[in-house]
Each structure stands twice: as structure tokens, then as C-alpha cells.
Design a protein around this ligand. Structure first.
Ligand SMILES: *C1O[C@H](CO)[C@@H](O)[C@H](O)[C@H]1NC(C)=O
Ligand SMILES: *[C@@H]1O[C@H](CO)[C@@H](O)[C@H](O)[C@H]1NC(C)=O
Ligand SMILES: *[C@@H]1O[C@H](CO)[C@@H](O)[C@H](O)[C@H]1NC(C)=O
Length: 803
């Protein structure tokens, strides 16, 4: 597996490629994704559309990628519009199960469609280059080491035969200066718990297979010039115990690299990546996300959301893939991890940062979705780990990027002794074992269970020893159950200033029992707010138990002229509560200015552990229509103007928490002021907008206003769709006659060095399967997961320029 192996690999690639390669890129082609029902073969659809079937999308059953030459863009757009319109129609006439009318043209089995686009949407949560602000460390020279601790570390290293040259610099593993500020992991190693048999996938910019520190624990992928970030993250998790650099937290565990950050990719590539080899990869370490600029509010698309649900439901043979995400580095730009659809997903474990002196680093974002913190840069030091190069180390790894992989390493240790833990057990273990820090900084709320939660620290810092001891005897939790409230209608202007607009909903014991929910885990709130400046808004949620989640905070850079559109916020702060009683959300517009808005409606979902494990179904895959609702169907929520505590945006420093509520008894919202709007649950108060929906000369069919609306909208859609499809097939027919199939990019050959280079990256980059094969001389063997292989290439549309 050295140089000759790699050469052979490249040759192998180019040979294999001559048969399957086509350099279809976004420059020459459009790509689209379809979800097909079981009875609709993708080949048939491809034939019908004159498109090329590019293959199944990762592990998503029934989801396929297709391509068409760029010259047919407008026809493709027409087609996709038509498919959408027709599904809308069927949903209305026959419900979600698609029992509506069929057109019978062979496309009735298309359940979902989306045009794909290739872009570089995600950023690393650390500048990968040495000029990064997280790497600019002015080392503190005057740290005083504790003699007894130094002796204890020496003894541990000797017992464990650790001779790695920078082990003594790895304060995050054993801190001899700030005692207790480390992962507390050496006791586990002494018990022989080192991560054997567990594989962590680093979803990043690739990693360096030539590093002598990673090679022993590594599923090979060729190295690329910008793969420093992934390499450093890998080193933290699984750097080998040898004479190179330091050791990883789980130094006998394995790592694999899934490369997504080096070039533009589309949602299908990303979906495939996070399900890649998902029976083998146990943990997916993700130190990236949408830009942390304090103005981006971005969530993964439906395809990626589905892949995540697919991962937790089917990965690891049904135990569930464990996704760990870095919380984000945007705190100094007022960013908050609830504006990021990856970190605020219930399927991910969000890890923030704490520095070696126990302080909250200025970059580290806070939010109600943050579960724990782990060590990273700050107070004049950073994480010391492996770097790109055969024997190269790095002492400036930082940002929340560096914190996430430490939590991954700890979970790898736990899984090595308890491979049966589910994705939710992993979350419980982090939460139950986390150690609260800086408990008097005013950021902590105490729950009835005695457990404490802080938006800055989550449930506390990760302690490897405590977590793994707990894992040893951990009783697996019952399946996940959930309760969705109805949509709750507010439709009221948001006052400016310190007063907020409060809206409440009562959840009864019966409702939760009926939903099979025993106790809470995550709580999500989806909401619609219209506002002319999003950054002015802040949102808090109060549980029946009086625990407050700050779901969103004000953001100075966020000038977006819209409020929250079907955005789902998440909180882990209510974990363990019963959920029974009144839930209140309070939205505020604390910037008194010309920008104002209206709180339209909201929906709350309580996720938790099932009462009865039997008969609890899995949650359906997310759908683009999950939040569809007519405002008339929303029940009118109890709404009032409330004073109440405010967390707008305070920089995340412990000293900034003085005016934060600490275990404060909740301000009685109703008492705070007079009720401003309606109280009650009537649902027919405001139908005037619909009275005038139809011009009077049109027949009403004696149906209700809403039904009339559906009927007319449906008719329009049918007409549009039929026209569109007609045009499309007409054009297709002409194309097929005109085009010689040989010209259709089926077998474009590699022209030169540059193409070969691009090819290598292409195969390596996006969960490509083929390189596993060519590297199979590795003694660990390649992944054996061949179940869903379909020989597809993972096209990423990247342009080799500038690399
Ligand atoms: C909503 O309206 C319908 C029909 O007007 C009525 O039967 C139902 O009880 C109402 N629901 C509520 C919650 O008031
Ligand atoms: C760290 O682990 C040891 C066992 O090795 C345990 O006794 C100790 O309490 C832990 N230290 C802290 C600070 O939690
Ligand atoms: C916002 O302000 C404008 C101008 O002062 C006013 O006309 C409008 O009614 C306000 N809208 C809301 C929702 O408060």
C-alpha cells in the first residue's frame, strides 16, 4: 500500500473508468432526482424522458439521479413543473397515498422530483489554512504544570506504551496544568477500552492516507492537496499509538474519509455521502455547515433530510448512524446554531467548544440545540493533532471543528464496548454523562430531574470516563415516539420593544398517551413569521415545567427581508420533562425601528421515548409538503402580549450572563398584561379572505370555498401539466430523431493528465465505491458493503480550475 500501490490504483481507476466514465458535468448537463414507487423502474422513466439514469442516490430506496444535456434545460424545467403540478393534483384528489387519478403515461410512479444544482454551500468550521483566526494562537508561556499530574501522565503513558512524541502536548487528553480540563480518557485506555472495531467516517475535505499516524487505522483514499482539515479531525479521533505525533481519543478505532467539501456538490452527492457504507461507518463526524456569518439561515434539502432519517433508521443494521456536528464558529457575528438546519436537526448531536481554561471561546455559538461541549482552541492554545504529511503534526487545530471529533472519539470508545447502542442511546449518554462547568455563570437552568442545561454549554462538557462507565450498564431506550400539535394560528402584529407576543398551547396527558410518548427528548417548533428584518427577532419557548429555550436570538448582520418561513427550531433543553401542560412561545422584536412584522402561526412537536415499544412505527421520511397547511385549518391559539425575560443576543462569554434568568420562576405571562388578541379555540373566525377567492361568474359546485379553490386550482394545473408534457414529448421525439446516440456523452474518453486528475478526485470525492476495490490489497480489507452498488459514478460537476 505504498507508492506502487497508488500507481496501480490510478491505473486501475483509469481502466475501470474507460468503461463507465462519462464526464457528465454541470457544464454540459442538467441533473435531476426522482423518487419512484416500487413498480416504476428507473430505466423505464429514463427511456420515457430521453434522459440518462445515473443511478440510485446512495442508500435511499427508490431515489434516482438522472441527467439530460444542457441544451434541453427548458424542457426539463417544463417537465419538472408538470410533475409537481400533477402530484399536487393527486394529493388533493386522492390524499397523500396517491390514490388520485392516474394519467397513465408511465410517470404516475414519480412520487417526488427535484432539479439538482451543484454549489459549494457548506464551509468548514475552521479555516483550513494557517492564517485562520482559529489557528492564530499566541501560546501562553507561563502555564505551571502540576508535578503530581505530570508524574501520573508519565505513568499512564508507560503502562500504555505510549511513546508518541507530542502526547505530552495533548492537554485535551491529559491536562497537567489546568487540572481536570481534559477528556478524562486515560483511565479507559488502562481498562483496555481504545475503540477497537468502531469506524468513524470523517465527512470533510478528505484525509491524508500517507500520514504514518493515520495509516494504521485508515480506510484508504488518495490524498488531495487541501485535505488538512479532515486529516486534523481524524488525528483527534484515531491517530495511532506509535512514534508519530500524538494519539487519538480512540486510538485503536478506524477512520474513513468521505470527501464533500473540496468542490461544489449537489444534494444527491451529499445525501449519498452521509449514508455512505452506513452499516460499516458507525459515526459520521461533520465539522462543517452553512456559513457562520450571522445572516445565513440554511437547512438541508429534502433529499439530505431523508438521507439523515434513513441513516438513523437503517444505518448500522437498524441501530442508527450517529451524526456528530460542530456547533459553529459564528458567535462573534451573532450566529446561533438554531439557524443551521444540520446542527438543529434532532438526528445530529451538536457539539460546542470549551477551552483549556474552561472558558467559552469567543467564536463558539450557543443555542438550545447544543447538547454538549468538548475542548478546543482558546486561552492561548489549541488542539495538538496530526497534520498532512507523513510525519507532520499540528498544534493549532481549533474552532468547534476541533471539538466535534473529540466527542466522536469518545462515542467510538463507548460503541467499542456497547455496539448495540442506538443513535438515541448515544444522545442520552452524552447528556447524562456531561459535566456542568462554570455553574455560577448565570447560564444554567435546573430541571426537575436535577439535571442542568445551559445554552452556552449544553448539558456540560464531555467526560469520556463517565460516559463509558455509564454505557457499560446502559439500558437501551424504547423506540422514538412523537406528538405533533395542530397548527396554531396567531396572526397578530409583533409589538416592538421589550414586550413580546406570547402564544400558548396546552398539551394534555391524554394526547401524549395517545401519541405513545412517555417522556421528552427533543422539542421542535416550526413557525411562520413575516417580518421586514429577520435579525430583529428573537424567540423563546417556555415549557410547562418552566424551563426556557431561547430558540432564536437577534442577529446584527441579518437584514433578510423575511421572517421565519416554515423554519423548524429545536431544543434539547426539555429532555426528560413530561411535556404535559402549557407550552408558550414568545416572539420579540426588540429593535425599535421601521421594521416590523406579524407572527402568523406555529406548530410544536414533542419527540420522546415510547410508552409501548411494540407497534411504535418509525417516523415517515420528511417530505416537502410536511408543513403544508391552510391558515384556516390552524386552530386559534391563546395569545397575549407578554413582558418576560429576554435573551436577545449576548456574546457567549460567561460574564455576559448577569441579566439572564437563572432558574427563574417563569414570569406569569397572562398576568404580565392584558390579553391582546383572542382567547379560545374557535376555528372559523376569519374566512373572509376565502369568500372572495373566486370571481362571481364561476360556478361554485355547491362546495365549500376551500373545495372550490382546490377544484379551480386543480383544473389550471391539469391544463398546465398537459400542455407542458405535450411540448416536452414533442421536443424529445425531435431530439431522438436528430441525435445520433453515439454523440450523447455515453463514453467520453479521458483526454489528458488534467482529466485523469479530475477523475481521481471524482471517484475519491463523493462516496465513490470503485476506489475501495482498487485499494483492496489493504490488509484490513475494503468495505464489504456492496449491497446497493449499482456501478454509478458520483458526478460532482467540479471544475478542476483553481485547484
Ligand atoms: C371548527 O369548526 C368546525 C365546523 O365549523 C366545528 O365542528 C369544530 O368544532 C370547530 N373546532 C374547534 C376547535 O372549535
Ligand atoms: C476521571 O476518571 C477517573 C478514573 O480514571 C475518575 O476516578 C475521576 O473521577 C475522573 N475525573 C474527573 C475530574 O471526573
Ligand atoms: C408596520 O409599520 C407600518 C408603518 O408604520 C404600518 O403601516 C404597519 O401596519 C405595521 N405592520 C405591522 C404588522 O405592525
Amino acid at each position: 500500500m505504498h507508492f506502487s500501490g497508488v500507481t496501480a490504483a490510478l491505473l486501475g481507476l483509469s481502466c475501470a473508468a474507460s468503461a463507465t466514465l462519462d464526464r457528465r458535468t454541470y457544464e454540459t448537463h442538467d441533473f435531476f432526482a426522482l423518487h419512484l414507487d416500487d413498480s416504476t423502474p428507473p430505466a423505464q422513466v429514463a427511456r420515457l424522458l430521453g434522459a440518462r439514469h445515473e443511478g440510485q442516490i446512495g442508500q435511499l430506496p427508490g431515489h434516482h439521479k438522472f441527467s439530460l444535456p444542457r441544451s434541453q434545460t427548458s424542457e426539463l424545467d417544463t417537465l419538472l413543473e408538470g410533475l409537481k403540478a400533477r402530484r399536487k393534483l393527486r394529493r388533493r384528489s386522492g390524499g397523500d397515498n396517491g390514490d388520485g387519478e392516474e394519467v397513465g403515461d408511465g410517470l404516475d410512479g414519480v412520487l417526488w422530483s427535484q432539479k439538482l444544482s451543484s454549489r459549494q454551500r457548506l464551509v468548514k468550521r475552521e479555516g483550513g489554512d494557517p492564517s485562520s483566526k482559529y489557528s492564530q494562537i499566541s501560546p501562553r508561556a507561563n502555564r505551571v504544570e502540576d508535578a503530581a499530574a505530570v508524574a501520573a501522565r508519565k505513568q499512564a503513558a508507560e503502562s500504555l506504551a505510549i511513546t508518541d512524541p507530542i502526547f505530552n502536548e495533548q492537554w485535551h487528553l491529559f491536562n497537567t496544568a489546568e487540572l481536570g480540563h481534559d477528556l478524562n480518557v486515560t483511565g479507559l485506555w488502562l481498562e483496555g477500552i481504545t475503540g477497537k472495531g468502531v469506524i468513524s467516517a470523517i465527512v470533510d475535505d478528505g484525509l491524508d492516507m500517507y500520514s504514518d499516524d493515520l495509516k494504521p487505522n485508515y480506510f484508504p483514499k488518495p490524498r488531495l492537496f487541501d485535505d488538512k482539515h479532515g486529516t486534523r479531525c481524524c488525528g483527534e479521533i484515531a491517530a495511532a499509538r506509535n512514534d508519530v505525533c500524538g494519539v487519538g481519543v480512540a486510538y485503536d478505532s478506524k477512520i474513513s474519509g468521505i470527501r464533500i467539501l473540496s468542490a461544489p456538490i449537489d444534494d444527491a452527492d451529499e445525501a449519498a455521502s452521509i449514508n455512505y457504507a452506513y452499516h460499516h461507518n458507525d459515526i459520521y463526524s461533520c465539522s462543517w455547515g452553512p456559513p457562520d456569518d450571522g445572516k445565513t439561515m440554511d437547512a438541508p434539502g429534502v433529499l439530505i433530510q431523508r438521507a439523515m432519517v434513513n441513516g438513523v433508521q437503517n444505518g448500522r443494521h437498524g441501530k442508527g448512524s450517529i451524526y456528530v456536528f460542530a456547533a459553529g464558529n459564528g458567535a462573534s457575528s451573532d450566529d446561533n446554531c438554531n439557524f443551521d438546519g444540520y446542527t438543529n436537526s434532532i438526528y445530529s448531536i451538536t457539539v460546542g467548544a470549551i477551552d483549556r481554561e474552561g472558558k467559552h471561546p469567543s467564536y463558539a455559538e450557543s443555542c438550545s440545540a447544543q447538547m454538549v461541549v468538548a475542548y478546543s482552541s482558546g486561552s492561548g492554545d489549541a488542539i495538538h493533532t496530526t497534520d498532512v504529511g507523513t510525519n507532520k503534526c499540528y498544534s493549532g487545530h481549533g474552532g468547534t471543528s476541533a471539538a466535534g471529533p473529540l466527542a466522536v472519539g469518545v462515542m467510538a470508545l463507548a460503541l467499542s464496548i456497547r455496539p448495540d447502542l442506538t443513535w438515541r442511546d448515544a444522545q442520552y449518554l452524552f447528556m447524562e454523562s456531561a459535566v456542568p462547568v462554570n455553574e455560577d455563570d448565570g447560564s444554567w437552568q435546573v430541571k426537575k430531574t436535577g439535571r442542568k442545561f445551559s445554552h452556552d454549554w449544553g448539558y456540560g462538557k464531555v467526560d469520556a470516563y463517565t460516559l463509558v462507565q455509564l454505557a457499560k450498564t446502559w439500558e437501551l431506550v424504547k423506540p422514538q415516539a412523537w406528538y405533533h400539535s395542530p397548527w396554531l394560528r396567531v396572526q397578530h402584529a409583533i409589538p416592538q420593544g421589550t414586550q413580546g407576543l406570547a402564544s400558548s398551547f396546552e398539551i394534555t396527558a391524554e394526547a401524549l398517551k395517545k401519541a405513545n410518548v412517555k417522556r421528552l427528548e427533543h422539542v421542535t417548533v416550526t413557525m411562520n413569521v413575516e417580518h421586514t428584518r429577520r435579525g430583529d427577532l428573537s424567540l423563546e419557548m417556555r415549557s410547562p415545567e418552566g424551563i426556557v429555550s431561547y430558540l432564536s436570538t437577534t442577529r446584527r448582520p441579518d437584514n433578510e427581508r423575511e421572517g421565519y418561513v416554515d423554519w423548524t427550531f429545536m431544543s434539547v433543553a426539555h429532555w426528560g420533562e413530561s411535556g404535559i401542560g402549557k407550552w408558550t412561545v414568545i416572539i420579540k422584536d426588540t429593535n425599535v425601528n421601521e421594521h416590523n412584522g406579524t407572527f402568523t402561526d406555529w406548530q410544536i412537536t414533542l419527540w420522546g421515548e415510547a410508552i409501548e415499544a411494540d407497534n411504535q412505527p418509525l417516523h415517515p421520511f420528511p417530505d416537502e409538503h410536511d408543513h403544508d397547511h391552510a391558515i384556516e385549518d390552524a386552530i386559534v391559539a391563546t395569545t397575549s402580549i407578554a413582558a418576560g425575560p429576554t435573551k436577545t443576543n449576548e456574546p457567549s462569554k460567561p460574564t455576559d450572563h448577569i441579566d439572564r434568568p437563572v432558574n427563574a420562576k417563569p414570569t406569569p405571562i397572562e398576568d404580565a398584561s392584558k390579553p391582546a388578541v383572542t382567547t379560545g379555540t374557535s376555528n372559523s373566525t376569519d374566512t373572509t379572505s376565502f369568500e372572495h377567492f373566486l370571481p362571481s361568474f364561476l360556478p361554485t359546485f355547491g362546495a365549500s370555498k376551500r373545495t372550490q379553490a382546490w377544484i379551480y386550482a386543480s383544473l389550471v394545473l391539469i391544463i398546465v401539466f398537459c400542455l407542458g408534457l405535450g411540448v416536452y414529448f414533442q421536443i424529445q421525439r425531435r431530439k431522438r430523431i436528430r441525435n445520433n446516440p453515439q454523440d450523447d456523452y455515453e463514453f467520453e474518453m479521458i483526454q489528458d493528465e488534467d482529466d485523469l486528475q479530475a477523475l481521481t478526485e471524482l471517484y475519491n470525492a463523493f462516496a465513490g465505491e470503485s476506489d475501495e476495490e482498487v485499494f483492496s490489497d489493504d490488509e484490513e480489507g475494503p468495505y464489504q458493503d456492496r449491497e446497493s452498488e449499482d456501478g454509478q459514478t458520483h458526478e460532482n460537476g467540479e471544475h478542476p480550475q483553481g485547484r
